[in-house]
Write a protein that binds this ligand. Structure first.
Ligand code: HEM
Length: 278
């Protein structure tokens, strides 16, 4: 069972050409298994979550009934990115399971849209949002250990509530970042391999057969990884205890009660800086 499809190049060497497409099903199965395992764990085994919380009256007074979370620009970015990802997944994998369609043009156009959105997001997040909010800090590391100890039934002080994002979401963002950048960089190269009607001049000779093979394999691997990541993301998005988070990606705010239950106002930039988003 080979994870890669191979071919013989014109000069007679064995070169990789694609991933083996059954890896797509492996990722679907892995994501489905994770979802079932998680649902059973939360429904049957997990204890109710407990956090250390001791907000001063001044902090409590500063939190409004609707706590702003995502600006209109951030929400528009999220849903446009989701749409382009969806189109990319459909156009990439339906032909692999036997659906006959002219997928390549639609695929690279959606790829260019995703690339432009990600470029925009990098600038937006670096200069207009709280760049550090999506990276784990030492409190996250300490609290991950505390949460693990409590989950195992061991003694531990209670963890703090989260900053803007829980550490799990920060890890997810990092995985999406790596796989997203991998499909974008390899996808942009692959546009030189296909007819893009003049958007890029076709030149399959800029790389040798081995390099092309590795580019296609990396694109495929990151692509199937994204199937699993996006399935898991959608699963958490529709779980009832996460609905307030999903709602905030639609309407832009969170209810005060949910915010104070899960988030530490003093770890959120808005409360510290008086900005309109935490
Ligand atoms: C969710 C993101 C993406 C997924 C899941 C994905 C998946 C795939 C897959 C599975 C293939 C077939 C590869 C092969 O034959 O070995 C492919 C081909 C291709 N992709 Fe993507 N891709 C994504 C993003 C992108 C992006 C961002 C671009 C461009 C900017 C792009 C451009 C291309 C091109 C030009 C091809 C080559 C088609 C060919 O040679 O026939 N893709 N993609």
């Amino acid at each position: 069972m080979d994870l890669i499809q191979w071919a013989i190049s014109p000069v007679g060497s064995r070169v990789p050409i694609h991933i083996a497409w059954f890896l797509g099903w492996v990722c679907v199965a892995a994501a489905a298994l994770f979802m079932v395992g998680h649902a059973i764990y939360v429904g049957v085994l997990a204890k109710p979550r407990k956090f250390a919380a001791n907000d001063s009256p001044e902090v409590l007074a500063s939190i409004s009934e609707r706590v702003p979370r995502h600006s209109l620009v951030s929400r528009a970015f999220h849903w446009l990115m989701a749409t382009s990802m969806f189109v990319l997944l459909i156009t990439a994998f339906l032909p692999k399971v036997g659906v006959r369609m002219n997928w390549v043009t639609c695929h690279w156009i959606a790829g260019l849209v995703l690339s432009a959105l990600v470029l925009f997001h990098i600038v937006h997040a670096s200069f207009f949002l709280d760049f550090m909010s999506i990276w784990p800090d030492m409190t996250d590391v300490r609290d991950m250990v505390r949460r693990l100890r409590l989950a195992l039934g061991w003694n531990s002080p209670l963890p703090n509530r989260f900053a803007k994002y829980p550490p799990e979401n920060k890890l997810y963002h990092f995985l999406i970042l790596c796989s997203g950048l991998a499909v974008i960089v390899t996808g942009l190269c692959m546009m030189k391999h296909v007819n893009t009607f003049g958007v890029l001049v076709r030149n399959p000779y800029i790389f040798g057969d081995m390099t092309w093979g590795l580019i296609y394999v990396l694109h495929g691997l990151a692509g199937v990884g994204l199937i699993a990541l996006i399935m898991v993301h959608a699963y958490f998005g529709v779980r009832h205890e996460k609905l307030p988070i999903t709602k905030s990606m639609v309407f832009g705010y969170m209810d005060r009660e949910f915010f104070l239950e899960e988030h530490d106002p003093l770890r959120c930039r808005s409360v510290k800086n008086g900005t309109d988003q935490f």
